[in-house]
Ligand binder design. Sequence first.
Ligand code: SF4
Length: 334
Amino acid sequence: MKKHCNIPVFVPHLGCPHACVFCDQRAISGHGDLSLDTAREEIGRILSSLSPDTEREIAFFGGSFTCVERERMLALCRLGREYIQSGEVSALRCSTRPDGIDGEVLAILKEYGFSTIELGVQSVSDRVLAACRRGHTFADTERACRLVREAGFSLVGQMMIGLPAADPESELATARFLCEAGASAARVYPTVVFRGTALWEETAEGRYRPLSLEEAIGRTASVLDVFDRAGVPVIRVGLCEGEGLRAAAAGPNDPALGERAMSRLFLCRAREALDPLSPAGKDLEIGVARGALSRMIGRGRENILALKRIYNSKNVKVIENSFLRGYNIKVKIV
Ligand code: SF4
């Protein structure tokens, strides 16, 4: 399969009509502003580092691209189209808010060569959206997803874990909605608290309690399970250090959170397969897809230790099975 690279151009907070309680795009993207020259430089630098067989897209990420003041947005569109016309990239993509989508905007994106729209859905619960001061409702999200799909774009859904007023049920409902809405991929971001945001104040005043790392791992694993069963790939879990994670003041800010949530899902799948077999006191063998050994084993062998404890097993062996894919596993009592 051809390698794919999104060449990110961050449009921090440009044009965003709201201030979501959790958002500090300047901390996340690491830039306060963006000029066309800077964007060109950054794109050129990344392009020169890619092998010729890599499929490339320029990705306008960070803010709400379609809410950027129109002339500026069009200038960025023109910049992106130059690279399509020169054959250096195959398409463009952008991230935006659900209420930043309408027929006119979609026509512009189509004209300039965008193929994918990433929507910051965050939650399907109006209660959560209001608590986050998102400034739109779930009805806007439903409408935007429908318009994006009807216009022939790929839809990538971004959702968050542990938002104010959220609970595990609302997060599972959000993941299910994205699968039903025809998302071709998803991104899942556990909420971290940045200094200077409204959420930081709410945390300091005790009105918001950030998730513990353990809660974030468990709740993230549960939504990964929904996406996996629906065949929707999750292309990112959590922020990484390069996205300002180091600046996070509170919340589950472990850069390995994504890995740990994936590892937790493997543990859940193993338990689901083993429980009906009454394996107490027996040795266990768990088959996983190629490349999934370390995720099944877990950090510091935590999954192996958990299985040994739960089933009172002396030996738990994990092997690769080339017939398995993704999170599918095959268990054997030996
Ligand atoms: S819509 Fe996006 S960019 Fe704008 S404040 Fe909210 S999270 Fe930040």
